[in-house]
Ligand binder design. Sequence first.
Ligand code: AMP
Length: 454
Amino acid sequence: MSRSHTTSGGNLATLLAEAAADAPGRPALLHDGQRIVYAELDTLAARAAGALRDRGVRPGDRVALALPNRPDFVAAYHGALRLGAIVVPINPLLSEREQHERIADADARVVVSGPLDGAPVDGVAGITGDDVAVVLYSSGTTGSPKRIELTHAGLRLNAEYVAYDALQLHKDDVLFGSAPLAHVFAMTGCMNAALAARACLALVERFEPHAALDLIEHGHVTVFMGVPAMCVALLATGRSAPLRLAHIGGAPLAVETLHAFEERFGTTVLEGYGMTEVGGMATSNHAGRERKPGTVGTPAAGGQVRIESNGTGEVLLLSPTIMRGHDGWLATGDVGYLDDDGYLHLVDRKKDVILRGGYSVYPREIEEVLFAHPHVYEAVVLGVPDERLGEEVVALVVPADPACDPVELQAYARERVAAYAYPRRVVLVDDFPRSATGKILRREIDREALRTHS
Ligand code: AMP
């Protein structure tokens, strides 16, 4: 991949127009069997800008996009940026109350929920790199959502970094884009990185593993972008399809899944670690460098990582792409450590660490052990209130097989983790509460109902 595309000057609003000038006839989007080339997508964005201007949108106004992963999203997003407006993507899978909360908090002038078609707007409003381009709300797996303002310079840098450095995308790549564009992983990692690379983004409104595999085969997808739960679901189909690369992030990826995925799809899995606060990727295993399964790689986009204390502790991040209004190191709420080669190992979320008696138990470690058992489809380990110990370790398991036996699973874990850490109870469940992006919402699991009396 050539770096000659880096002409940004920190402006996200010119990304699409530059791609269209550079590669007008190349496919930019694939949706529902239709290809849209760059020149056409650029026109759609110019027309969306016209329609927004007719609806009174001026530079600095907030435009909420309540749209699924369709070409209208891409056109409205880049159309609004062209006017100098600030985009507020809203995941349409959120409840109505959650959507309204965000729209009200952002004070959006317009809410877009369908295609926009007006007289095309030429050119791009005067914008500086420090101007806010996008307002996002962190997915809030541990608390109520927080408003995060991301700048033109930060978002453009992150997208270009993903495209050129971390994943080294080619212009003939086709990226699988089913993670919601309203979330930073897909917004930067799929949509804007694909534009930066002049690659094609295959847009999928809702993930379904068989349909995904059909698209990978027939749409000639080369790069799978997704969250670990998608990998698990694709593996469970028993099917295969050729992939050049897979970039997985957003939640912990079990090493077992990584290896199984690589083997089945004949591909390389690069795990990354991102967050809304940095507008995309924070660290990643990089194409062209050693990739280390079980790690989230090395810092991305000119950032730095430090651990709060010696050894294992809270991960602190310094990044040029960090949200506006934040100076210095960002406390991520994630716990991890750096190995001798500077690769980051994430151990858990700080709030998920279980304090059992005098011991810290990292749920993820036990989840990985359970996950390696062939009868386990998914597992969540958490601390439940316990009179004597403060917290007790309980595992909730979604079985992969009707023969799944909680007693056997407990014995299996007991042989493999510390005596203080194995789950004292294993409970079989059908599924877990999840956020609109598919992340498991641990805080919504009723811990009181699982209370133990030791
Ligand atoms: P969000 O801002 O919604 O993207 O959530 C960011 C959080 O997702 C991070 O702080 C991590 O807790 C989690 N996360 C992202 N990528 C990974 C990963 N590869 N492994 C484990 N957790 C991750």
